[in-house]
Design a protein around this ligand. Structure first.
Ligand code: BGC
Ligand code: CA
Length: 354
């Protein structure tokens, strides 16, 4: 009995000592800064924008490996839209002592918990594309956010529509009542880009003096086929009145266009459609004239800043490349308007010279 109590106390003492060592420790600089292990957790790998961003990150990492004396090990894990799955994946990345974590968080309101775990393990954490609230970012100074300002994309989308309204008014204001009748395809509820794009696209039109009328709006969770089924329902119910489709991203805009094409609506008679992202397929639709325009969401720029930041955090040095985008713990990439005029559509179609 005595022996059991004794060994129990010894065990307790060991655990207390270990806990003390863990909480009191600071992360010693990496002995080997020539090897960088980055754990990347994405909310959903099948998302078009996220998969483009990941391809860019992998490509840039390979480029850096061949141009510099550095070995970059990227481990990308897919949360499949579940915060529970993602949190477990991040626990594993922390247990494996990755040098830096890059997190595209499933549920923006769960950031605090992840930050506290990363802080305890002293592993810097870079959030991207899905923005935690500022209070959470400020929990620790080795937390960063790399992304683009959501309201900016809404403003640019509004400007594309304003331009069409002013310069091609007969085509846009089909019933010529001086009011822009629109439907809104929204991204995932709660996502900063869905909320702010919706708000600022409309605000930009209204502030420029355009009268607008919302016929309907609904979420299609960033998804092309969900958007197509929303659009099909609207076409049945209010199809003749829809003049403009404002979509929070390109995939949903393409879903709306799928419906118009299935209904054999000629291009000139389709409602005016705008999206955000500038995906490859959206650029084709802009060249075709089925899409009025889009806003470039700079996947490559975001990936490059994440990599620059991860390398600099690992080396414990500043990254001069980031200076022009950085505002404390935030790194902001600019959005850019894309309409037919900005694209080399004709060149792309011209027959190759012999
Ligand atoms: C993009 C969407 C994407 C979403 C994922 C947004 O910034 O515009 O296309 O689905 O991020 O979080
Ligand atoms: Ca009208």
């Amino acid at each position: 009995m005595n022996r059991i109590i004794k060994s129990f106390f010894t065990l307790c003492l060991i655990s207390i000592l270990c806990a003390g060592m863990l909480t009191g420790c600071t992360r010693t600089p990496r002995a080997d800064t020539d090897t960088l292990r980055i754990g990347v957790a994405v909310y959903q790998q099948s998302d078009t924008f996220i998969s483009t961003l990941m391809q860019a990150l992998e490509h840039l990492a390979q480029e850096r490996e061949s141009s510099e004396e550095i070995k970059i090990n990227l481990n990308v894990v897919d949360g499949h839209g579940s915060q529970l799955t993602q949190s477990e994946q991040i626990d594993r990345l922390i247990a494996l002592d990755y040098d830096v974590l890059c997190v595209n968080i499933v549920d923006r309101t769960s950031a605090a918990m992840l930050i506290d775990k990363a802080k305890e393990a002293n592993i810097p954490i870079i959030f991207f594309n899905r923005e935690p609230v500022q209070e959470d970012i400020q929990r620790w100074d080795s937390v960063y956010y790399v992304g683009a300002k959501a309201e900016e994309s809404g403003i640019l989308q509004g400007q594309i529509l304003l331009n069409a309204w002013l310069n091609e008014n007969e085509r846009v204001d089909r019933n010529q009542d001086g009011v822009l009748q629109y439907v809104m395809l929204e991204g995932e509820p709660g996502h900063q880009d869905a909320m702010l794009r919706t708000e600022y696209a409309v605000k930009t039109l209204v502030e420029a003096g355009v009268s607008v009328e919302k016929l309907d709006s609904n979420t299609a969770n960033w998804d092309r086929s969900q958007a197509a089924s929303r659009m099909a329902q609207w076409m049945d119910r209010i199809g003749d009145s829809i003049e403009v489709v404002i979509s929070n991203n390109d995939d949903m805009a393409l879903g709306a266009i799928d419906v118009f094409q299935n209904m054999n609506i000629p291009k000139e008679k389709m409602p005016v459609v705008v999206g955000v992202d500038a995906t490859a397929l959206a650029l084709e639709a802009v060249c075709d004239g089925t899409m009025q325009g889009t806003v470039r969401n700079d996947a490559k720029g975001i990936a490059k800043c994440m990599l620059d930041l991860a390398i600099s955090l690992n080396r414990g040095q500043e990254a001069p490349e980031l200076e022009k985008y950085q505002d404390g713990q935030y790194i902001w990439l600019p959005y850019q308007k894309v309409t037919k005029e900005q694209l080399p559509c004709e060149e792309a179609r011209a027959p190759a010279q012999p």
